[in-house]
Structure formats: C-alpha cells, structure tokens
Design a protein around this ligand. Structure first.
Ligand code: NAP
Length: 221
C-alpha cells in the first residue's frame, strides 16, 4: 500500500512510518524541519518529503507524492503554550488552529483525488481533549478547541467522501510517551500506533465520522 504521513520525523508519526515499513508498505514520510528520526531509517520503501502542512502543497512536493494513496494519516500537530484563561493569546489560538485543524483539511483537499483513486482511507489524529464530554478540567483553550473542530471536520469528510468509497476515521492515540507529553504518557508509541493501525484497517466497521481511541473504543464528543 501507499501510505502518506504528516509530521513523521518523531513521536507517533515516526512510529507509523516504522510499522508500515515493517509490513512492506511504501511510505511517504512528510516532515516540516529536519529529518530527525527518519535519518536513521534505511529502506528503499521510504520517501522523505519536506512539507510544513501549514503551507500550500508546492508543485515540487506534489510531484514527489504518489499518484494513488491507500492511507493518508494527518498526524502533524502542536500543543501550544500558556493556555490558561488569563494567559491565552489570539496568536496561540491562531497557530494551534492553523496546524491542528486548518492544515489537515487543506492536506485532504490537496490529496483527495489521489485517495479517491485508490478508494483509500484517511485517518485524522485528534485528541480526547477535543471531546466536550470528556472535558472535566477546563483550560487548554487552543488545543481543546482545535482538536474539537478537527473532529467535526473529519466527520464531514467521512460523509462527503463515502460515495467515492473513501473511509475516514478520527483517532485518539491515547496518552502517549512523546515530546508532546514530555514522555509522561501512559503508553508507548508502539502500542498506540499498533492499536490505531487496527482501527484504520477496520474503518468499515465503525459508524460514519466516529471518534475512536487506539484501543478501538468509541469516544463521545
Ligand atoms: N502524545 C499524546 O499523548 C497525544 C494525545 C492525543 C493526541 N495526540 C496527537 O497525535 C499527533 C502526534 O503527536 P505526538 O505526540 O507524536 O507529538 P510530537 O512528538 O510533538 O510530534 C509532533 C509532530 O508534528 C510535526 N509538526 C508540527 N507542526 C507541523 C507542521 N506545521 N507541519 C508539519 N509537521 C508539523 C512535528 O514536526 P517538528 O519536529 O518539525 O516539530 C512532529 O513531527 C498530534 O496531532 C497530537 O496532537 C497526541
């Protein structure tokens, strides 16, 4: 299969790259800055693509991506900082929205024809922190709002692309030991990604636009 992953140079994105390569898939690993963990992988099945997802897809980058995409994973994300009510700035709200919600929609808009050509699948990585039902501790204005908005956009994608045979799922990776959590998560990236891959394989078994955790549990939003 042809797999395209954004934000793939570290954390959960890098583990998606490792696992899909292990199963013999061809991977286009997109990174905005340095290669980081991607530089340690030596595989003819790996293509590294320089792409900051807040930037429109350039003609040069477009030409490096595959003509058909079986799985597109919108993984790139940022947490943001100073998100208490008395500290949050409009700039932080904008930046976090740009990366966590607007960019995934633009990525899909740019690549949708290639996913349709394969009757492929799209996975959007949101967070349980975007669930209103789950919000019992407040705060985190930018991150919660952007991930909530992504859940809604992802549901619209699921509805819009169903007639073309494309499955769309919104994922919560769990609380994972990565830079984003300062390695303080409850699970490692291997467990998170192995679980999410199973969910992606079983998209057809979930209701349209469902929000699902790495362990297959549906999350109310
Ligand atoms: N870790 C968790 O517990 C957890 C929980 C819920 C949801 N998530 C979500 O899971 C996804 C991956 O998280 P993670 O824990 O692996 O985070 P991470 O370790 O902080 O990695 C984030 C990745 O996103 C990339 N990125 C950020 N902005 C980008 C941009 N504008 N263009 C392209 N790439 C960009 C980063 O690239 P650079 O190296 O260039 O910064 C990095 O590769 C995120 O969407 C996150 O919100 C994580």
């Amino acid at each position: 299969m042809n797999i395209v992953i954004t934000g793939a140079n570290r954390g959960i994105g890098l583990e998606f790259v490792r696992q899909y390569l292990l199963t013999g898939d061809e991977v286009w690993a997109c990174h905005r800055g340095d290669l980081a963990g991607l530089s340690a992988i030596d595989s003819p099945l790996l293509h590294t693509i320089h792409w900051d997802v807040t930037q429109a897809l350039s003609a040069e980058t477009e030409a490096q991506l595959p003509a058909t995409i079986d799985i597109l994973i919108n993984n790139a994300g940022i947490y943001g900082h100073d998100q208490q009510l008395n500290k949050i700035s409009a700039e932080t709200m904008h930046n976090v929205f740009d990366v966590n919600c607007i960019a995934p929609v633009m990525v899909v808009q740019s690549l949708v024809q290639r996913v349709c050509a394969a009757r492929g699948r799209i996975a959007n990585l949101s967070s349980k922190m975007g669930s209103s039902t789950d919000n019992s501790s407040g705060g985190c204005y930018a991150y919660r709002a952007a991930k909530a908005a992504l859940i809604i956009c992802s549901k619209s994608m699921a509805i819009d692309l169903q007639p073309q045979g494309v499955g769309v799922i919104t994922l919560h990776p769990g609380w994972v030991k990565t830079d984003m959590t300062s390695q303080s998560g409850l699970i490692d990236t291997q467990t998170s990604v192995a679980g999410m891959r199973k969910v992606i394989d079983n998209i057809a078994n979930y209701d349209l636009g469902t929000f699902v955790a790495f362990d297959g549990q549906q999350i109310p939003f």
